[in-house]
Write a protein that binds this ligand. Sequence first.
Ligand code: NAP
Length: 242
Amino acid sequence: MKYALVTGSSRGIGAAVAKRLAAAGYAILLNYRSNEEAALKVMEEISSNGGTASLLPFDVADEEAVDSAICKWESENPDDYISVLVNNAGVRDDNLMIFMNSGQWHKVINTTLDGFFYASRRVLKGMLTHRYGRIINIASLSGLKGLPGQTNYSAAKGALISATKALAQEVAPRKVTVNAVAPGYIKSDMTKDLDEASLKKQVPLNRFGLPEEVAALVSFLASDEAAYITGETISINGGLYS
Ligand code: NAP
């Protein structure tokens, strides 16, 4: 089996990515932080469609939790390695910076950046040894453009895009590619409190995107056909920003 670890795949974009990669033949390691009920539903849906998935819960921002969960999986699967990692887990906690507290700043930065660092560093060992791997980081339009009310989120996603470029150059000699995807407004729990009717007017395609549309792009970047794309950030935003 080829294994793909998708962080934050109990809901939203991560769940859609997990289902899409399962349909492409990957055995999925479904990561989440606390919502086991939602993760089990994703696992059941993948199984009922003939795919393979198992749960691998951990908080991506907790170094010890990441290391021990992946180390346990490796010791139980000594002949396998994780060849695809999708760093998708993320949170937003918006506020104007003048009112932002340290907790809001660190929670958003740590989930995105520490999560990318801990998970990628851990799975890179197997990818580099096997001379094949795909790392796909879910960034955001906010990390490209910067959005008011999101200095924490823009900083985290902007740094993730820079880290993507740097890591891509480090690991390219071993045929490991590292890319980022930058979604605009996508329908999910993260955007359910937004005024969609008003915000969609800013989008040339006049609608929010779907998690499945992001998943299709991620699946392409994970495929053999994307072997010559690395260090890139691909926007998927309905024409909102380029
Ligand atoms: P979502 O519906 O809120 O789902 C977030 C997922 O991340 C859940 O599975 C959640 O697990 C998991 N998660 C959160 N913190 C975690 C942690 N510390 N450790 C492990 N898992 C954690 O979000 P989404 O809209 O699908 O967003 C997915 C990614 O796309 C995020 O990185 C987000 O920043 C990015 N993005 C989203 C949009 C958008 O419009 N939706 C736009 C641009 C970028 P639990 O279920 O256990 O809480």
